[in-house]
Design a protein around this ligand. Structure first.
Ligand SMILES: Cc1ncc(COP(=O)(O)O)c(C=O)c1O
Length: 423
């Protein structure tokens, strides 16, 4: 892992603080102890200070580890040939990746693909197609669900804090509680175009929804003439076990949405993989939904190489997932005063603290000690742990030793604050 000499850290943070989002710049400065990121490989990131930190964060992108060699080679190949599409001529990377995804997810059912760059692009596309297909300008989503922050995606994201300032501009979405008859009840009240659901809620705190519940909801949505969109942007591609959790659980979604790791941890890429029925509006009008960089050749080349790495993830998954499950259980046992609950599904672990402040402290302490992790966006008392599949046993042990020390330190600070408050 080598990095070319870069600018001084002070210059980088001054520029970030003055011209990017100052609050985020400050958090990054604290997490990196005043250094910025310079290089990465596997589960580790090198900082400008020369220090190396373990990466269990990164918005769940480096599932295959940072800079997997086959993905880098594929992207270099695309850059050497034709890095940007004309959009007017066929591009082989996009076409072949679409065929691979169609063969991989639910062959014969989910046969059409639309590419975007971010997860929210895929959410926007799927919602737009479902609304146009059914002619119903309303959708159902789930309490605790996260689907992105662009306006359409935010309409289905269940995050009152981020929705509040733009509520009046958001589309018509109702959020149902995780109860078996919630979708049937909603259908009886008013028609909806689609149900969008994360089989494992990532930003909602690492919660897996029961397969029985998902199957019942899907049947009820279909009975009501609505479509089912499985948002697997965070939990799919084997992060939580199967390539698609919804397909593996027999939910029969009309589309699976992928993103984050789809570009191999190297390029931005997302996809809607859906039925011809969902894609009918594009059969009627091919230009109903297009975007300049959708199906970007270098991203699709990365995606093709990433899919080749999925078998390797399947091989590593049992060992890393078991270490993660053991590690969070040990944390809960060791820190009952500040850890309220823990859970994990595959390579998505979650530590629920007794409050948002102590979770924030634990994250900052972990960063200082050499582990990157993040609070869940819409449930900030929960710290998510997202180890890459290539994480070694020694790295997992290091991560949990850091988390143990961080919890101890955060617990002491909480106890001190409480005693000052009561004294
Ligand atoms: C399940 C899910 N859907 C959608 C998104 C939005 O993806 P992006 O941030 O790439 O737009 C996220 C991001 O965390 C996500 O976890």
């Amino acid at each position: 892992m080598t990095a070319p000499p870069g600018p001084a850290a002070a210059e980088v943070f001054a520029a970030a603080s003055a011209h990017l989002v100052a609050g985020i710049a400050e958090r990054q400065r604290i997490l990196g102890s005043g250094a910025y990121e310079t290089a990465a490989e596997g589960a580790e990131v090198r900082l400008s200070s020369g220090r190396t930190v373990l990466d269990f964060g990164s918005y769940a992108v480096p599932l295959f580890g940072h800079r997997p060699a086959p993905v880098l080679d594929a992207v270099r190949g695309a850059l050497d040939g034709m890095p940007v599409s004309t959009r007017l001529l066929a591009n082989p990377h996009a076409a072949l990746l679409a065929a691979r995804l169609a063969a991989l997810l639910d062959p014969g059912r989910l046969s059409r693909v639309s590419f975007g760059l971010n997860g929210a692009d895929a959410v926007e596309t799927a919602l737009k197609l479902a609304i146009a297909r059914t002619g119903r300008p309303s959708v159902l989503a789930v309490e605790g669900g996260f689907h992105g922050k662009s306006m359409g995606a935010l309409a289905v994201t269940h995050d009152p804090l981020r929705r509040g300032p733009v509520q009046g501009f958001l589309g018509d979405a109702r959020h149902v509680p995780p109860e078996p008859d919630a979708v049937a009840r909603a259908a009886a009240e008013a028609p909806f175009a689609a149900l969008i659901v994360e089989p494992v809620q990532g930003e909602g705190g690492g919660r897996a929804l029961p397969p029985d519940l998902l199957r019942r909801w899907s049947a009820d949505a279909h009975a009501a003439g609505a479509l089912v969109l499985a948002d697997e942007i965070q939990c799919g591609l084997r992060r939580c076990g199967p390539v698609s959790v919804a397909v593996a659980e027999g939910v029969r979604p009309d589309a699976v949405l992928l993103g984050k790791a789809l570009g191999g941890g190297v390029m931005p890429l997302s996809a809607v993989v859906g039925t011809p029925e969902l894609f009918a509006p594009l059969a009627a009008d091919p230009y109903f939904h297009t975007a300049t960089f959708g199906g970007h050749p270098a991203s699709c080349a990365a995606g093709l190489a990433a899919l080749d790495l999925l078998d390797g993830v399947a091989e590593r998954l049992p060992a890393v997932a078991a270490g993660l499950a053991r590690g969070v259980a040990d944390l809960a046992a060791a820190h009952p005063g500040i850890v309220a609950d823990v859970r994990s599904t595959g390579l998505l672990g979650a530590v629920e603290f007794t409050g948002e402040a102590v979770a924030g402290l634990a994250v900052l302490e972990a960063g200082r000690r050499g582990l990157l992790a993040a609070q869940s966006l819409s449930r900030p008392a929960v710290v998510k742990l997202l180890p890459p599949a290539v994480t070694s046993t020694a790295q997992l042990e290091r991560a949990f030793a850091i988390l143990d020390a961080s919890c101890r330190s955060a617990g002491r600070r909480v106890a001190r604050t409480a005693s000052v408050g009561s004294g």
